[in-house]
Every structure is written in structure tokens, then in C-alpha cells.
Design a protein around this ligand. Sequence first.
Ligand code: FAD
Length: 361
Amino acid sequence: MKSSAGVAPDVDVIIVGGGQAALATAYFLRRTSLSFVLLDAEQGPGGAWRHGWDSLRLFSSATWSSLPGWQMPPSDNNPPSRDDVISYLAQYEQRYSLPVKRPVWVESMQAVDDRIVIAAKDGRWRAKAVVSATGNWSKPFIPELPGAPHFSGVQIHSAHYTSPAEFAGKRVIVVGGGNSGAQVFAEISEVAQATWVTMTEPRFLPDDIDGQALFEQATARLKAIQAGQPTPIAGSLGDIVMVPSVKAARDRGVLRATRMFERFTTSGVVWPDDSESVVDAIIWCTGFRPALDHLVGLNVINANGRVDVEGTHSTKEPRLWLVGYGEWTGLASATIIGVTRTARSTVMEVAEFLEGLPANL
Ligand code: FAD
């Protein structure tokens, strides 16, 4: 890395982000001769896992939740807890001496001559290539509904939810038909007067299909696609896994969802049949959008708020790759085990772009 006082450091590759996708990419970059730095907005290691709720656990065992090179160590918790994942990612950074700078919130980027200039509040960098690995967590999505700004109760997104304690005894609506909605509703319903609202009827997996079985199915599916064979797969990663808290809610007879309310009043919500409910809090488990605001200056954001890619490579900006956001940047790339494949292929492409030779990874 070249740098002198007042001059932006010049590196081959800047990785924006410091979660699992960024670390997997850095692992492969370490095996090349390219210089690189990771710029991460968090105060410490762990990416979005630092913000998971207290009871959050992985769907799969440690062996099915590992980054390249070093398996997640077994823990007393099976499947591993949120804190186990954070600890694993922290150790992973140290093990491979990954050069992470924190907290650095990358605000913008600009293409200047043959470099991309990366600007944060307290610094600037110049890079020959950029890998964006900023995930989705910092862009929680909440649907717009009439009257929402005038609702006097609490509204939070699952991105900021930590535990049911603060909702004890309250009238709470949990919105969202995915795993987050089911898990948050399950534990909230133990302490609060809770209603679960979903757009369509939730899809529950059979009790014997756990998250690990889903990962195995996804892998089998990929192999079948690669071999040009039919893909007879039951269930998808979006269906609700019957983790212990969700099963317990079903056994208590409360695991029922109703359809979406139509608008807010100042003190509650109005349902499609015009009836009203008084509500103290809404918890939105309504997903995320890719966190790509830092790329606006590169003119690569499309009408869907994404970047057009071939694999992980921007089709518009030759110096830009995106790793880890979801299926659109690689099958299962938003999972711990799934990101290895796209991180490896990305670094091979970056190395070829910068050095003219495919890296042997
Ligand atoms: P993140 O972890 O979000 O990391 C992105 C990093 O970039 C963050 O540190 C962020 O602060 C930083 N950043 C963002 N913008 C900027 C910026 N402008 N400048 C600098 N830094 C920036 N996966 C599994 O494999 N198994 C599971 O069981 C599982 N369960 C899940 C349960 C829930 C409820 C959720 C929400 C996800 C789950 N996942 C699971 C999915 C997945 O592992 C996570 O979404 C994962 O955090 C994605 O990693 P990432 O590195 O792409 O993004």
C-alpha cells in the first residue's frame, strides 16, 4: 500500500464491509499478491450478527456454517448462537490477519482515471478494484401504509429487535411471514397480547426438515442444475423452519396468522373488515434491501435498487464486484457456507483483471 501525508492510500483492492462475505473474499485475496484493505462500519467484528436478537441461533450446525479455510469451532450450543457466530468471525479475522479498518462508514465512490476513489467521513482511499460486501442489514424494509406517521405507538424493525422483555404485557402486532416473523412472534406471544400478520398464509416446513436439511437440499439442487438434471426439491430457504420456539408456539395453539391491516389510526390499526384494534407496538419483520447507497456515484444502481451483474461483476463498472447480497449475486451467497463459492470466483476474476492471470485458488 502506498501512502503519504495528505494523500489517499493506494491499494489494489478495497473491500467495503466486514461481515462474513467480506471476510471470505479477504481470505482468498490473502492467497494472491494483491494489496487490500477492508473498510467496515461496525464498532467490532461480526457484521449483521452483532445486531441479531438475543435468542437468535443458526439454522445449521457449526460444520455447515463455516467460511473457507477454518471451520467454526463446536460450541455448547447446537446449533450455534448469535454470539458463537460473532466470536467465530472475530477469531477468523485474527487467524488470517485480515486488515480491517473500523469503524469506517464508506459514504461515496467515484471513478477517477484508472482508480476508484472511496470516501468516508474520516478518510479517502484509492483502489484499482472494489468488492462491495455491505449486506442488507443496514437497509431494513418497512412497507408504506396510510396513517403510519401519525401512529403514536412504537414501531421497530426486526433489525433492531433484541428481546421480548420490553413488550411484556403490551398489545403487539408482528408483521412478516418468514422465519424472522415466526420466531419473533413465537417469543413475543409468550409475554404479550400478540397478533401475527402475514401477506399470505405462512408456509411451515415439516418438523423433520431443519435448516441443515434445507442447506443440503440447496446444494443438491445446485449440483442437479450443473448436471442438467431435474431438481425435485421440497421446501425452500424462505419457508418457516420449525425451531423449538416456533414449535412451542404451535403447541400452545397460538401459531396463527391473519392477513394485513389496511391503515393506521393514531392508536392502532384498521383491518380489511373495517374493525379497529388498539395497538402498543408493531414489529416489522419485513426484510431488507441491499445496502448500496455508497455506490450511487458510480452510476451503477438500477431501477430495482440493485446493480446489474454477471456473476458478481458489475456489467457497467469494470472495477466493481458485489459479494454476499443474496441469490442475485450467487446461489446461497447470503449464507455463511454459501458465500465461499462466490468469494473464490470473485477473487479469481479480480486477480485476472488486475494481473492478467487467473489466480490459482
Ligand atoms: P453483513 O453481515 O450485513 O455485513 C455487512 C457489513 O458491511 C456490516 O458490518 C456493515 O456494517 C458493513 N457496511 C454496510 N454498509 C457499509 C458502508 N457504507 N461502509 C462500510 N461498511 C458498511 N445464514 C446462515 O448461513 N445460517 C443461518 O442460520 C442464518 N440465519 C439467519 C437469521 C436471520 C434472522 C437473518 C437476518 C439472517 C440469517 N442468515 C443465516 C443470513 C446471513 O448469514 C446474514 O444475512 C449475513 O449477515 C450476511 O453477511 P454479509 O457479510 O453479506 O453482510
